[in-house]
Ligand binder design. Structure first.
Ligand code: ATP
Length: 287
């Protein structure tokens, strides 16, 4: 038996840095929502215990470095599973883009193998396992719209993001999340001014204008300083008339929210001239 699943990307509606922890990570609070830009995975059980990844994109590793591989191996070890898995990944989400592509693949594998290997794990149990692969994996297990705290691994689902259009543009660079966090200067970030509570209220009230006003990402200034092309792209997006424009995660993808399809099309067409990788999708909303 094989399972075919979609692994959607996420965008950050907020990312607040609250401080630095003793373990070297930052304490963060962020609202994320899934969007209809997804990889497709075909997953099947094998009898010989091997985990085999097939991904026809040269820059995605197919060995132990692949997050999907790590997720499968972790499940195998923790639950003493004798079976293996064939995992085919059809990539559509840009890589190292701030859209949690690898994390979403890992989450999809955990959910599929929970079924194929008959593990009977709850969503909470799968999220706990996912956290061992990466901080964004628990969010990807839940999907929908949620607030994530701690390193990002403590996830609480919230009301669904209202349906709207999302235009995304990725400049031709990859950004390492670790490098961006390493360059965070806490003296230059107001850890008191948090945008997340305001964003949660705006989403609960389905107030699209307020959602756009509450968009905020503390990592923007850090990535802009490291890669000025990202700030330039954000300015272009604002010029083309998005209702709310923000960088996702540690970047470099910048997105624009808009309620109207015609306006999304205009932003998409305008950006196409500047940037090769532009996408126009919808929010997924429901968990
Ligand atoms: P996040 O927003 O969670 O930081 P990201 O979108 O910035 O994620 P990814 O696309 O997940 O970054 O890729 C980060 C790194 O992980 C890349 O170096 C990539 O080679 C590696 N990687 C491992 N597994 C995968 C996978 N299944 N898909 C894409 N990249 C993967």
């Amino acid at each position: 038996m094989s399972i075919s699943v979609k692994a959607p990307a996420k965008i950050n509606l907020t990312l607040d840095i609250l401080g630095k922890r003793d373990d070297g990570y930052h304490d963060i609070e962020m609202v994320m929502t899934t969007i209809d830009l997804a990889d497709r995975l075909d997953i099947a059980a094998r009898d010989d215990g091997k985990i085999v990844i097939d991904c026809p994109v040269s820059y995605v590793p197919t060995d132990q470095r692949n997050h999907a591989y790590q997720a499968a191996e972790l499940l195998q070890h923790q639950f003493n599973v004798k079976k293996g898995a064939n995992i085919y990944i059809e990539k559509h989400i840009p890589v190292s883009a701030g859209l949690a592509g690898g994390s979403s693949n890992a989450a999809a594998v955990i959910k599929a193998l929970n079924q194929l290997w008959g593990l009977g794990l709850s969503v909470e149990e799968m999220a706990k396992i996912g956290a061992q692969v990466g901080s964004d994996v628990p969010f990807c297990i839940y999907g929908g719209t949620a607030v994530a705290r701690g390193r990002g691994e403590n996830v609480t689902p919230i009301a669904s993001m209202p349906a709207c259009w999302v235009v995304l543009a990725k400049p031709p660079i990859g950004v390492s999340t670790a490098d961006v966090y390493q360059n965070v200067d806490l003296d230059r970030i107001s850890t008191e001014a948090r945008s997340t509570p305001q964003m949660i209220r705006a989403i609960e009230n389905k107030n699209f204008k307020e959602i756009c006003r509450s968009l905020h990402n503390d990592l923007e200034s850090v990535t802009f300083e490291m890669y000025p092309v990202v700030e330039k792209l954000k300015k272009q997006m604002i010029r083309f008339g998005g209702d709310g424009v923000l960088m996702s995660g540690s970047g470099p993808t910048v997105f624009s929210l808009t309620g109207k399809q015609s306006r999304a099309r205009r932003i998409y067409n305008g950006l196409k001239g500047f940037c090769r990788e532009v996408y126009m999708v919808r929010t997924l909303g429901e968990n």
